[in-house]
Design a protein around this ligand. Structure first.
Ligand code: WTA
Length: 660
């Protein structure tokens, strides 16, 4: 049992005077068996953080040739790690396991959305499939450094496709299967992908998503693409373009089941993953073989305390960074058994996830606060139908978790037995950065606790001075780390500008998040402070939505802000100024919502469209989103002296009141 203290205070009058905080201690039995049982690991890492990473890199992953130097900061912020080392991440995810008893261990347990669609793939089988598919890619002319876009649902072949690219040194760019054809096209074109790997379709909430059709639309204007490989998941009758499109099975026919991994330099690119930023264009975050392998390997091992008898389930879609690092690379590098589920969390009934945990005996479970809040609302009776006693550790990621949801998760899902690791990190960081270590860290609901050993995170004010305890500021990382992004694909200037230029004269990584640190050194993440929304744990740029809206023929200007939402955390709300000749109407609202959905994807659909004749702007023409947010929240407006025209705001208030 995790012991609680704090709430046990006897003297009520003192209790009301003090800020009472609950603290949950790691259970003794957990600690005794954990990979990390001793807090001194933090001190050890602080004493010499280079030596700390060196030891991990040397002992936890295998190298074809040892590196000569741990860190090269001579061209910062273009940091390099494990200089001169030769490696291939797929060697660590596959070859080294098949040399041991793990050869016959389950690598992937796959559960399709239809209950009877199940598969178990051993490490040896995964290894063989990856090799064979890698050979097929080679036969199609894919070479080291070429980009391959992967657009698929959650099937094992998606993992095979990623690893096959990595094996031959091609750079994969996985695009989330929920993105629209336009979003897919932009990403294919930005990466200049040579090959697209996709499938006919997949199941989602009992319906079929016709993936190949979306790819065909995207390819109407994607000149770099030479070939498309289509995995046949559903037996759909899809359009196949002659000499361009090949079926998954056909393209491999006759290929060898053996393929030696390409010997990669530590710093050779592994993948690009697009994420939203503060401008309209998504950013291609670039990760490399060496540092990314080291960072995701050790964080998976220590934070999820992965052991050989675990059944590990991270519910993230592989199309996001959480899926890359903690469904695919981190767990496979550790030789773990990974559970993968194709469908919706609540289909056919709201207990689907809990029934999967019971059926497979899941031991470690990692999900997002938005899902926890959703299930909390549906009621305890759904998880209570199932025996969840196999669980020993829980995790969350993607957004701040409110203490109420944390406690529900702890009590109802974890049976007051499982520590919860609230993990803060980003697409750019590649690995978890702020997190408990479950065997040693005392937990406070709502806090991601402390930086991982070797990581230095701080909270700074606008001038670049550390904030005193409990004072909010900008979350910065003041020291490089192995799995950091190396650049933005094709745009090194934007890399510097976005991440390394927040404080003049100081080269630190700015996260885009606000945070505060309490008197115990615990981090409390407050959410994005730039123009990035977090909708159900997914990042969306306000500018991205705005540029899609203004591309509609009726729209002259648009401003998008996030409105707090009980389950999703935040939802987009759009203020829209129409062009002359267009009148506000219910139909136009519907049309605009559909437009955004079509152009970006369902997650971006604005919750509300509010028509106005003017947006509040500064005299220099910048939209004051802060004021829009205040209007929506019914909060005081604060300083409005820079506002160009106060009437704009009056009208917005009125339109919003009418809407309510
Ligand atoms: C937010 C997801 C609070 C944060 C891995 C960050 C969190 C953004 C947490 C990155 C957490 C992620 N507590 N906020 N535990 N984890 N975030 O790139 O705002 O999709 O900047 O990576 O999610 O989102 P991304």
């Amino acid at each position: 049992m995790i012991k609680r203290r704090g709430l046990m205070k006897k003297d009520k009058s003192i209790e009301s005077l003090l800020k009472v905080e609950e603290v949950y201690e790691p259970p003794k039995e957990f600690r005794e068996k954990a990979w990390v049982k001793d807090e001194s690991i933090y001190e050890k890492a602080e004493k010499d953080w280079i030596a700390f990473w060196d030891e991990i890199a040397r002992t936890e992953v295998e190298w074809f040739e040892p590196y000569k130097k741990v860190l090269d900061d001579s061209n910062a912020p273009f940091y390099k790690w494990f200089i001169g080392g030769k490696i291939n991440i797929t060697h660590n995810c596959l070859d080294r396991h098949v040399k041991t008893w793990r050869k016959n261990k389950a690598a992937i347990i796959w559960q399709g959305e239809p209950e009877n669609d199940k598969r178990v793939i051993t490490y040896y089988e995964l290894y063989r499939r990856v090799c064979r598919f890698a050979n097929a890619l080679k036969n199609l002319g894919v070479r080291k450094g070429d980009r391959v876009t992967i657009y698929m649902g959650m099937v094992p072949e998606l993992v095979v496709a990623m690893l096959a690219c990595a094996r031959i040194g091609a750079i994969h760019s996985v695009v989330f299967g929920g993105f629209s054809s336009m979003a897919l096209r932009d990403r294919i074109n930005d990466a200049k992908a040579k090959v697209v790997i996709t499938m006919d379709g997949f199941y989602r909430r009992g319906k079929i998503v016709e993936t190949k059709k979306i790819v065909d639309e995207a390819l109407e204007d994607a000149p770099s693409v030479e070939h498309v490989i289509v995995y046949d998941r559903l037996g759909l009758d899809v359009n196949m373009v002659e000499d361009r499109d090949f079926w998954w099975d056909d393209v491999q026919y006759g290929s060898s089941w053996k393929c030696e991994p390409e010997v990669m330099d530590s710093e050779d690119p592994l993948f690009i993953l697009y994420t939203s930023g503060t401008t309209g264009k998504p950013k291609g975050v670039l990760h490399v073989h060496g540092g990314y392998n080291v960072g995701t390997h050790i964080t998976t091992k220590w934070i999820f305390d992965i052991k050989d008898d675990d059944i590990y389930w991270c519910t993230a879609d592989i199309g996001w960074i959480t899926g890359h690092s903690y469904v695919v690379y981190g767990p496979l590098s550790n030789g773990a058994t990974v559970l993968m589920y194709e469908g919706a969390p609540d289909y056919p009934k709201p207990d689907r996830w809990w029934s999967i945990i019971e059926y497979y005996g899941v031991t470690v479970f990692y999900t997002a606060p938005t899902a926890i809040r959703y299930f909390m609302r549906l009621g305890e009776e759904w998880p209570k139908k199932h025996d969840l006693s196999s669980l020993r550790l829980l995790g969350t990621v993607g957004e701040p978790i409110n203490p109420e949801a944390w406690k529900w998760y702890y009590r109802v899902i974890g049976g007051e037995r499982c520590p919860i690791v609230d993990t803060w990190w980003q697409t750019e960081t590649g690995m978890i950065m702020i997190t408990p270590l479950p065997g040693v860290t005392k937990l406070k609901p709502g806090s991601a606790t402390k930086p991982f050993p070797g990581i230095k995170a701080e909270v700074w004010d606008d001038e670049g001075n550390p904030c005193p305890p409990n004072v909010g500021g900008k979350l910065v990382i003041t020291r490089p780390w192995p799995s950091m992004l190396r650049t933005l694909w094709g745009d090194p200037d934007r890399y510097i500008k976005t991440y390394w230029s927040a404080f003049e004269g100081k080269l630190v990584y700015f996260t885009g998040d606000g945070a505060k640190i309490d008197e115990d050194g615990y981090f409390w993440i407050m959410g994005r402070i730039d123009d990035v929304l977090n909708v159900s744990g997914h990042r969306l740029g306000t500018m991205e939505l705005e540029s899609v809206l203004v591309a509609h023929k009726a729209v002259s200007e648009a401003a998008v802000i996030g409105k707090p939402h009980d389950i999703k955390g935040e939802v987009p709300v759009a203020f829209v100024v129409l062009k002359d000749g267009y009148e506000p109407s219910v139909e136009l609202k519907r049309e605009l919502r559909e437009w955004v959905r079509k152009k970006i994807g369902p997650i971006a659909t604005p919750e509300e469209i509010i028509f106005v004749t003017k947006l509040p702007k500064t005299r220099s023409g910048k939209i004051m989103r802060r004021l829009l947010r205040a209007v929506l929240a019914g909060q005081p407006l604060g300083d409005v002296t820079t506002l160009e025209d106060e009437k704009a705001l009056e009208e917005i208030k009125k339109s919003y009141e009418e809407l309510k």
